[in-house]
Write a protein that binds this ligand. Sequence first.
Ligand code: AHR
Length: 494
Amino acid sequence: MSSSATVVADPLARIGRINPEHYSHFIEHLGECVYDGIWVGPHSPIPNTDGIRQFTIDALKAVGPAVFRWPGGCFADHYHWRDGIGDPASRPRTRNIFWGGTESNRFGTHEFIGFCRKIDAIPYICGNVGTGSPQEMMDWLEYCNGDSDLTIVDQRRANGEAAPLGIKYWGVGNENWGCGGNMRPQEYAAKYRNYVTYLARMNLGVQLIAVGHDAAWNRELLRALAGARFLPRLQALSIHRYFSLERQAFNYDESEYHDLIADAHVLEDDIAQADGILKNYEDPTNPVGLIVDEWGLWDRGRATPESGLRQANCLRDAVVAATCLNIFTARADRVTMTNIAQTINVLQCLIETRGPDAWLTPTYHVYQFYREHVGHDSLTTHVNSQPLAVQNRPGRPVSQLSASTSLSEDGSQVSFAITNRHYSESVECTLRLPEKTLGDAAARLLAGDQAMSANSASSPDAVAPTDLAVRSTNDALTIQLPPHSIAILTAGVG
Ligand code: AHR
């Protein structure tokens, strides 16, 4: 079956600039994300540059500049950065409390920076509030970004980095309402004030990111910071969202698939909730950035600490990723960064490795598609398509199509990202920018026989982009989208 749909974007309704930060990543010392996925070591038979797996370097470079958040996650709140610098042979072996096993500390600050440089990425360090101290985080910041004659800065120079590392993003803890110390919002607010008193005074040009959570936490946190006249020092608030906790990648029918797509829309509610609370407290001339620095599908049945949070990744997940990136793009007025969890081998990843084998997941290709939006302004986009039959959002229809649109600053280039989220029906989709003509269009499609189509070591290109035909008719462009597919279309605007 096939239906028809329209996507109309308003060229005069620019929402906000889409920066590389918008489509970013998260890597943690967990399972085989860092060790094996990224770090194989300089003496490994697996091709590498300075110990970093070559496949990973090449693949991540091709999705374009973005932020990488490290070293956790839950790991961050018991990570002591000094364990990961200096002579590798002398680094201590420590316990990975949450994810099990021994942490070799072979991948530390310098290896992380080396990894980011190789892929033109922007580093984001998450500091330790759970078991650390303001002094420990100040020392880490000084070590990385300092440029004076302090002993700690000389130590960095002696370790091979003469110039300051210029790390802009620093998280003040991770999920301190849970694995980061099980704090109450007032307790975290006190910790945050304590840390930021010192970190901000160092004047090293950083953005400090506070830990947010649900509405109750965010309200209490902001109230406590406002009461202490600390709000002007709140630059960014982070929230996390994992969804579809009980659903497994290869075990679902049409109705479960549609419910799962609908689950992703909880992110709209999360962003609206945080936005509303921030508006109540912030200085409107100095708005607080909202960062969704962990999000994605988590198949709890398979992705357990014992399995290193590995789960199967299929085309369905790419449809969910496109849905989420469209949600983030539509809120470029508030959302300043998002980081999928986690880039390699963990949860909804972009790359999988098994020993010497490595391949790209369908979600990877979505990130490649959304490069077309970066540097443009997000536009208000109206989708008119039939609703999906979903059970889990009564009274709140979820449409078959999800889309986002962006326009270059000079108005000469438009990009449409569109996903057909129906399990079994295709759709003919007409795209318009009112009062404008669209020409020189090119489009790519990510599709597969089934929503559960996946790549693997033996079939690495089972789900891979192909060219998509575009029909041009009376100032509109028309494309045909098969079920569970994603397209990116770029065109000149006249
Ligand atoms: O991404 C896995 C874990 O999920 C992270 O360590 C934690 O922050 C979140 O609960």
